[in-house]
Design a protein around this ligand. Structure first.
Ligand SMILES: [Cu+2]
Length: 198
């Protein structure tokens, strides 16, 4: 009985132990939110880079530059709508920003700054009609959760070990070798019983 309880508890215990170990490791390796400095180039009809990957909690500072005409930069889920106008050289583009929820006018800024406090995928798209392919001028901001990496690895290792243990325990129970090995004992018990009966 005691052995059965020990076997039943062993699998979950391995998972918990490995996850805990992973989390302890993770607390040393989880990274602090950082300041991400980016330059995004807008041109007909694309943004460079087309995908930006950051971690939740990071503060992002975007320098938006146009390589040709006036473009917009609307970032979904972040209340950001910007416009970038060309000047005599791309690096001197004029950047204008407004927060649509505040119903405010565009104001000239140096950079678009925000903190990524939501995990997920957010599209950024051009919000100023710039040509016939304008609707396709889009990019994607990916905000990853900043959970400890090693916690997840520990959890997966725990599940794998628990499954391996369950498999080994299971095969041992139905192993034909074990079954055959037990047979002589059984027959000797039978003959013993017969001898006692005589
Ligand atoms: Cu456009």
């Amino acid at each position: 009985m005691k052995q059965k309880i020990l076997i039943a508890v062993r699998g979950p215990a391995v998972v918990v132990l490995c996850t805990a170990l992973g989390l302890v490791l993770g607390s040393f390796t989880a990274r602090e939110p950082k300041h991400v400095d980016l330059t995004i180039y807008a041109r007909k009809y694309a943004f460079e880079p087309p995908t930006i990957k950051i971690n939740r909690g990071d503060t992002v500072s975007i320098n938006l530059i146009t390589r040709d005409v006036t473009h917009g930069f609307y970032l979904e889920g972040h209340d950001i709508d910007a416009k970038v106008r060309p000047q005599h050289a791309p690096e001197y583009s004029t950047l204008l920003l407004r927060h649509p929820s505040k119903d405010e006018e565009f104001k000239e800024v140096d950079r678009i700054v925000f903190t990524a406090n939501k995990t997920g995928k957010f599209r950024y798209r051009c919000s100023v009609t710039c040509g016939y392919m304008h609707p396709f001028m889009q990019g994607e901001l990916v905000v990853n959760p900043n959970y400890p990496f090693w916690g997840g690895i520990g959890f997966c290792a725990g599940i794998a070990l628990a499954m391996a243990l369950a498999f080994v325990t299971g095969t041992r129970k139905v192993s034909p070798a074990a079954h055959c090995a037990r047979r002589p004992d059984a027959s000797s018990n039978e003959s013993d019983n017969r001898r006692i009966a005589q």
